[in-house]
Design a protein around this ligand. Structure first.
Ligand code: SF4
Length: 337
């Protein structure tokens, strides 16, 4: 079956002004009062597509902008510039009311199920609320049927519908969060580190559940993770972000076997892999720079063993390769990596 374009991100930028009040911005420097603004440049010029039915994972260290990107895609943050298209329709500039039909089709699963579930609402109240909101004419028996159906789909006994979040384990709570996302019949789910807060023994169960639900319901996922080893088996393609920029995007097999960008190579070299040949551990020197004061040129140049003068001054462009993969690196473009 030929897949169709579901989501398109075009040059998405998201910055946060954390300068505070005008008074807080005024600094005394060199005998003069100057105004200093502090802008967190969380996401910078990110573009890629997600096709229907696929899983695209976005990975990178904490602070790389992946969760901000996820929330911007979901409309929880308005982008400063750039465009977000869903099924061919631009959605980043829609009013709340015009965005409503997309809200049902685009759902999010958060990292901490305990924080994302209301402790005062039973499972059935949690699941009924979005169903009623998005289906105004629905009858009580239809609501009850749909609640029971999504509970079964995520492996939680519908007989437990009157229980509250604290009566469940972490894994069960995440299943209920997934049920809440499924309750309104989405096409697309953004899962923001959905297993990071769970015990290791439970993580595989939740990943398997997400994959089963994808098969059964034809879902498309954007999966956010800091851990490349987690996403290998669930992703069709993987996007790697560093300091708000997209470094590389490739099919999972290609990315893990032949990473191109030096940052991807360094991330992968830190994962112990059985039988992997030719990978030596690459230790990155230095700290991740502040997103308030981004380095000039390639944002990775201060830690990259291949950096040259061009890297320090010129921002690398995303190069689309014949395989459909993207890489933004002067060294790769110049053929020296
Ligand atoms: Fe390294 Fe230069 Fe490539 Fe950036 S552009 S990753 S500094 S080689």
């Amino acid at each position: 079956m030929e897949s169709t374009l579901l989501l398109r991100l075009k040059n998405v930028v998201k910055h946060f002004d954390i300068s505070g009040s005008l008074l807080e911005q005024l600094k005394f420097e060199g005998g003069k009062i100057i105004r200093k603004q502090a802008i967190v440049q969380a996401v910078n010029d990110v573009s890629f597509d997600i096709m229907g039915g696929e899983t695209v994972s976005v990975v990178g260290e904490s602070g790389c902008g992946k969760s901000t990107l996820a929330r911007t895609v979901m409309g929880l943050y308005a982008p400063n510039s750039g465009e977000i298209h869903y099924k061919g329709k631009r959605i980043d500039n829609l009013s709340r009311s015009k965005m409503l039909p997309y809200r049902a089709k685009m759902q999010m699963v958060f990292q901490d199920p305990y924080a994302s579930l209301n402790p005062r609402m039973s499972v059935s109240q949690t699941l009924e609320e979005p169903i009623r909101f998005h289906n105004p004419g629905i009858t009580p028996s239809e609501v009850a049927d749909r609640v029971a159906h999504v509970m079964e789909q995520v492996g939680v006994d519908p007989a437990w519908r009157t229980r509250y979040p604290h009566e469940f384990s972490g894994g069960q709570r995440q299943r209920i969060s997934i049920a809440r996302a499924l309750a309104v019949g989405p096409d697309f789910i953004v899962a923001d580190e959905p297993i990071a807060a769970l015990d290791v023994s439970i993580q595989a169960q939740i990943l398997n559940l997400l994959m089963e639900l994808q098969d059964k319901n034809g879902l498309t996922y954007m999966f956010i993770s800091h851990d490349l080893s987690v996403v290998e088996h669930i992703s069709n393609r993987v996007a790697v972000m560093y300091l708000g920029s997209l470094c590389e995007l490739a099919e999972t097999g290609n990315l893990y076997e032949q990473p191109r960008h030096p940052y991807t190579k360094a991330l992968l070299s830190a994962i112990p892999r059985l039988g992997a040949k030719g990978f030596r551990h690459i230790k990155l020197e230095g700290d991740v720079p502040s997103p308030i004061n981004l380095p000039t040129g390639c944002v990775f140049h201060g830690r990259c063993p291949y950096a040259n003068e061009r890297c320090r001054t010129e921002i690398p462009k995303q190069h689309l390769r014949a395989s459909g993969s993207l890489v933004a690196c002067h060294g790769v473009e110049e053929g020296r990596i």
